[in-house]
Design a protein around this ligand. Sequence first.
Ligand code: UDP
Length: 378
Amino acid sequence: MKILFLDQSGKPGGAELCLIDIAKPYRDSCLVGLFADGSFRNLLEENHIPVEILTTQAIQVRKESSLAQGLGSLGQLIPLITKVVQTARKFDLIYANTQKALVVGALASFFSRRPLVYHLHDILSSEHFSQTNRRIAVTSANRFASLVIANSQASQTAFVAAGGRPEITEVVYNGFDPKIYQSHESGVSQIRQQLGLDGKFVVGHFSRLAPWKGQHILIEALAQCPLDVTGILVGDALFGEQEYVQHLHQQVTALGLEHRVKFLGFRSDIPLLMAACDLVAHTSTAPEPFGRVIVEAMLCGRPVVAAKAGGAIELVEHGVNGFLVTPGKPDELAQVLITCLKEPEKTGAIAHNAQHTASQRFDVTAINQQIAMLLNKL
Ligand code: UDP
C-alpha cells in the first residue's frame, strides 16, 4: 500500500516518534510530507523513510487560536494544499498524524479522492485546545476521515465528547521495540559517572519542557526528599516555551537545588538515560493522551510514577506495574519517591513486572499488524 503520511512538525515529539515506527514497514512505497523542516527529517532519513518538506512557511495557528485566526490562515494554506493534492494522487491513502495535517489532509483527500486516516495523538479537551481548534479537528475528521486511530481510550473518549463520530474510531496504542530499551550495565555505570550521579537516588523526567508536562511539580517534590535524591530533566522546549524554562531554573535556585537538579536538554539516548535512573517520574498536570515515556521507563525495567489522568491510567495499575499520584500534587509525589527510595526490593519487583507486561502489550510488530489490518479494510 502506498501511503502519504502528513505531519506538521519539524521537531520530534511523541507523535512524530510514533510515526517513525508506523511508517517503517511502508518505507519502500511511502512518503512522509512535513510542514516544517528540522531534526525530525533527519530521524526519518536515518530510518530510511522517504521524506519531503512540503512547505517552509510556518502555519500561524496555535492550540489556542480563535476562529478569525483560523480562517485567516486558510489563504496561507492554499499553496500547501495544492501541493498535497498533487502528491496524494501518486498514493493510495493519506495518513494525517497531527491536527494541521488533518485539516490539509482533509481537503487534499476531497480533491484527490483518496481515503483519509487521522491518527489522533491529542486529548481534544478545553485543557489542551481552544473551542475553535476542537471544532475544526472534529468537523474535518467527521466529514473526511474514513478512520480515526486514537492513541488511547482517553483520546477516543475526548474526541467523541467533542462531537466526533464514535463509529469511525479505533484505539491503537503506540508500539515499541523492547530490544531498544535494553542497556548494558557498563554503559549505564559510565553515563552515571559522566553525569555525576554515582551514589545518588536518581529520579528522571523525560519530556519536552512545557508547563503542562509539570517539571515544576517534580522540582517541588525533590525539595521535600532526602539530600541524596537527585533529578535529571531530559528534554527541551520544543514549541517556544522559553518563559517556562526560565521559571524552572529560577525555581531550582530559589529552592537551593542547584546541585540536585540537572537539565540535560533534548537527548537521543533515552534508553540509556532511563536505565541510569532509579525511578522515572511523569508529572503532567493535564491529562496525557498516551504517555510514551511511561511505557519506555517500563521497558527499561525502571519503576515509574505517573500522574493519574488520561492515557496514563490505561498504562499504569497502581502498586502492580507502577505508581499513580494525583496530578499537580508535589507532596504526594514526594511520598512515592521516598517510599521507592526506602523499599527498593518491592519497587524492583513492580518494575520487573511492568517490563514483562509492557514488552508484550506494546510490542511494535503486533501494533503495526493491528494498524495494517485497519488500513487494509479501507
Ligand atoms: N524524548 C526524546 N528526547 C528527549 C525527551 C523526550 O527523545 O530529550 C522522547 C521520549 O522518549 C518520548 C517522546 O519524546 O518517546 C515524548 O512522548 P510522550 O508521549 O511522552 O509526550 P509528547 O511529546 O507526545 O507529549
